[in-house]
Design a protein around this ligand. Structure first.
Ligand code: FES
Length: 133
């Protein structure tokens, strides 16, 4: 059985661990992505040509590099696991440390990330896009 002092000590250590958030590299490691849905369906019209969208309630970033060509990737940055923030200026951007990824294949355009965003399956079904692992 846990007494009150042991519980408070454990809770305090957990708070310190969460509060510092320092990664092994010593870089600040912002809040990590939670568990989002691993399947989703979105309107194709939500994905602009030459751009894309980062879903907030599912683990995807979806792009349309050219008309009618859709790509999906895991939205978790491969640097230190922040969710990528937005699709802008022809790339997918992570605001935590500035990494950028290709709309076409998720490859790294700018570090510090060194690995591409993992591809995900996107299937066009009428005017909808089905997203899956
Ligand atoms: S987590 Fe560092 S650039 Fe994305």
């Amino acid at each position: 059985m846990t007494d009150r002092r042991s519980f408070l000590t454990a809770a305090g250590l957990a708070a310190v661990t969460v509060g510092t958030g320092l990664g092994a590299s010593g870089c600040a490691k912002p809040v990590q992505i939670g568990t989002g849905a691993t399947r989703a369906t979105i309107p194709a019209a939500d994905v602009p040509v030459g751009g894309g969208v980062v879903l907030t309630d599912a683990r995807f970033v979806v792009t349309q590099p050219s008309p009618g060509v859709y790509r999906a990737f895991d939205r978790t940055c491969t640097h230190q696991d922040c969710p990528v923030k937005r699709v802008e200026g022809g790339g997918i951007s992570c605001s935590c440390h500035g990494s950028r990824f290709s709309l076409e294949d998720g490859s790294v355009l700018a570090g510090p990330a060194t690995r591409p965003l993992p591809p995900r399956t996107v299937t066009v079904r009428g005017d909808q896009l089905d997203l899956a692992p």
